[in-house]
Design a protein around this ligand. Structure first.
Ligand SMILES: [Zn+2]
Length: 394
């Protein structure tokens, strides 16, 4: 199994400056490589490929020993490969008859990651293993940087990346052969409904609230976005506001991930089979503007940006849940959500009038009354178990 581990870095002031320079030089390399491809194509009709650009790295490094020459050859190749992927995606979309945007030059602040594709090549995880209490990662041109390793790393470290988010630095390890940690059978199954007031509602009636701090940060973020619209382009105040928004976005992301880990852990411990609704981005956008199927989804939802933050949260949550379920040997089933919120879980009667309000479900046929999200979660569970039986019978 492959898993990634992400830790906060604690660089010294000198190391932080070197990290910033490392990122900046990789950004410039990326931009120069775009320029190279463009000019070659415009002036000579020549298509430049990754192999050509990688071959030139040697000369670039030799000509600039105190600049590009300081960093890892492999991390520079990874940057060129990243551009190559962007071009490959671009040409694939052109071929499919669409009109995609040409791969873009990355401005300052738009290039946040450097990857070393192999541990031991220009970088070394746990570079001072003898140290009794502190973990370090060694990065070529930067040195041994302290890592806030808040949990153990399992498996074999394959790639090492460094990311900048606001004024923080993170190291992300991608590990192979991470051992699974199966949990003992829980003897229970659940359907889960994903929502706004409650992030998760289970078919046995547990509501897991969306955390208040997340909503609070989202409110501040929305306010900052409104302020930004009033600032003059190119002004110092506007730049400050942009920095503030970037910091808040980072904060929302971290809080969301932490919380998603906790909720997913609890679900995986509690149930052997978990059924959830399949998320489709198009569906979510529609439900944000209001649909017939799920009127309740929108009623309590705040509009605009806040809404978007919550939507993105479901995707993050399900990704984390699926990793944990795999590791714990639990079964995760995705079902089509059509009709789950307006169908009666007792008699199967399906009309939209069943959904009285955001929270209240009352069947127009049999009178069954329930919390609307619990009713939906039961339908989701039932659909999942039916899929499972069909798969076993096939
Ligand atoms: Zn009914």
């Amino acid at each position: 199994m492959r898993r990634s581990f992400r830790f906060l870095l604690r660089p010294t002031a000198k190391q932080a400056a070197a990290l910033a320079q490392c990122l900046e030089d990789h950004r410039q390399l990326y931009n120069a490589a775009i320029e190279h491809r463009r000019t070659a194509y415009r002036k000579a009709g020549v298509t430049v490929r990754y192999g050509d650009q990688s071959g030139e790295l040697k000369h670039i490094r030799a000509d600039d020993p105190d600049g590009q020459g300081r960093w890892s050859f492999s991390s520079q190749q990874a940057t060129l490969r990243r551009l190559d992927k962007a071009f490959a995606a671009f040409f694939a979309r052109v071929k499919a008859g669409r009109t995609p945007g040409f791969p873009r030059f990355k401005g300052r602040g738009r290039f946040g990651t450097v990857e070393w594709p192999k541990d031991g090549d220009g970088c070394r995880w746990d570079s001072q293993p003898g140290h009794p209490s502190v973990t370090f990662v060694r990065l070529q041109g930067v040195g041994h940087v302290r890592v806030h390793r808040h949990r153990p790393v399992r498996g074999r470290v394959k790639t090492i990346s460094v990311k900048r988010e606001g004024n923080r630095w993170y190291v992300v390890l991608s590990c192979d052969d991470v051992p699974a940690e199966p949990l003992p059978a829980a003897g229970a199954v659940a359907g889960i409904d994903l929502g706004v007031a409650a992030l998760v509602t289970t078919s046995d009636g547990v509501h897991v609230a969306n955390p208040r701090h997340l909503a609070a940060t989202a409110d501040r973020l929305a306010a900052a976005q409104r302020d930004l619209a009033r600032k003059k382009r190119g002004s110092t105040r506007r730049l400050k506001e942009v920095a503030r928004i970037a910091a808040l976005c980072g904060k929302v992301g971290r809080q969301r991930v932490d919380y998603a880990h906790k909720v997913a852990n609890a679900l995986v411990r509690g149930y052997d089979v978990i059924v959830h609704e399949e998320l489709r981005i198009a569906n979510m956008t529609r439900s944000a503007s209001g649909t017939v199927e799920a009127p309740g989804r929108n009623v309590a939802a705040k509009s605009g940006l806040n809404r978007g933050i919550l939507d993105a949260g479901w995707g993050v949550f399900l990704t984390i849940l699926s990793h944990k379920a795999e590791s714990a040997g639990r079964e995760l089933i995705a079902v089509n959500p059509a009709g789950t919120s307006r169908t009666c879980a007792r008699c199967g009667h399906c009309v939209r009038e069943n959904r009285v309000t955001q929270a209240e479900f009352r069947c127009q046929a049999c009178g069954h009354a329930a919390h609307a999200d619990v009713n939906a979660a039961i339908n989701i569970l039932r659909a999942g178990l039916a899929l499972r039986r069909a798969a076993e019978a096939a």
